[in-house]
Design a protein around this ligand. Structure first.
Ligand SMILES: C[S@@+](CC[C@H](N)C(=O)[O-])C[C@H]1O[C@@H](n2cnc3c(N)ncnc32)[C@H](O)[C@@H]1O
Length: 298
């Protein structure tokens, strides 16, 4: 896959009628006078079409969809396992972009065993909902779901943004491990939707690979997969953008020893007036995960 920077050079002169249309419609959707947007990449819809194929690909060419609960414990911020263990039987956990739903399966495995679970505890279990664009349910999921009834649910066929709030209900914990947050083409709307599904006092645990880290420990020459710029096209860290979201408390941890600089993110909802600073997509290259560039509105 070409890098975002080299591709951007290639894209600039090739302004097609389609690109003009995209720019016009995005401008029509944007708010406030004086907002100047970076040119939107031509043929961005071709990248969206390629991305659809990636979601549906199976076998060797597919992306990873079977991370278990111990993998979630490793890639999510500190405190995730304890928070999961504290949930009671009437609480709810939503896993966005759950793939095969292995993390939820592991959470329910050995229920009632004397041996405590390493993540999520061995006590009472919350209700869990897995969502994925494509249906990746395995036989193991179907067997376990049959014995647990509606305590464990799997919803597929739509993106998070296509559910009404009532359809999914509210949750105490929401996780997203290389799911919608890493893949969405509308970052601010995605986060707004996630936070609308969270109870006050609840938290989102997520992760973003190949980003500018809050503490600046990412190495020079990194190939970034999610980039944010301000209205004047200056780089903005994901952590800085997140921290402008009202009614939330955001904490970020950095993983630098990994292949890609990775930000582990916890977002606690502290009141109901959540407002996420709006982002506009200016570049998107299909992939697993895709390369994305967003521009913040003023
Ligand atoms: C790389 S897989 C990760 C699966 C699982 N979390 C894991 O770590 O094994 C990406 C998952 O995110 C889902 N996904 C991507 N964008 C989404 C969105 N906007 N809404 C819901 N699911 C989404 C895909 O359908 C897929 O299930």
């Amino acid at each position: 896959m070409p890098s975002v920077k080299s591709s951007a050079k290639r894209w600039q002169p090739a302004v097609t009628g389609l690109a003009v249309l995209i720019v016009i419609s995005l401008q029509a959707l944007s708010h406030g006078a004086g907002w100047t947007q970076e040119p939107v990449q031509p043929r961005i819809d071709e990248e969206f079409a390629k991305q659809e194929k990636i979601y549906r690909r199976r076998g060797g060419g597919s992306y990873t969809t079977n991370r278990g609960l111990s993998d979630y414990a490793e890639v999510l911020p500190t405190g995730f396992c304890d928070a999961l263990a504290r949930l009671g039987s009437s609480d709810r956990w939503l896993d966005i972009g759950a793939g095969e739903g292995h993390a939820i399966l592991d959470y329910y495995a050995h229920q009632g065993d004397a041996a405590p679970q390493k993540c999520g505890g061995a006590g009472s279990k919350a209700r869990a909902v897995a969502i994925s664009i494509e249906d990746r349910r395995t036989d193991r999921w179907k067997q376990q779901a049959a014995s647990l009834g509606d305590r464990m649910r799997y919803r597929a066929g739509k993106r998070l943004s296509q559910y009404s709030r009532d359809e999914l209900g509210k949750f105490q914990i929401i996780t997203d491990v290389y799911g919608g947050f890493t893949y969405t083409e509308n970052l601010s709307r995605f986060l707004e939707n996630v936070l609308s599904l969270l109870e006050i006092g609840g938290a989102v645990y997520t992760v973003l690979p190949a980003v500018h880290l809050e503490d600046g420990t990412d190495k020079l020459g990194t190939w970034y997969k999610t980039e944010l710029v301000d209205a004047a096209s200056r780089p903005v860290k994901v952590s800085s953008w997140l921290k402008q979201t009202t009614c939330t408390k955001v904490t970020c941890e950095s993983k630098t020893g990994w292949d890609e600089p990775t930000q582990l993110i916890k977002i606690r909802k502290v009141c109901s007036g959540v407002s996420v600073p709006r982002t506009n997509l200016v570049e998107y290259l299909a992939g697993a995960p895709p390369n994305r560039r967003f521009q913040l509105e003023q």
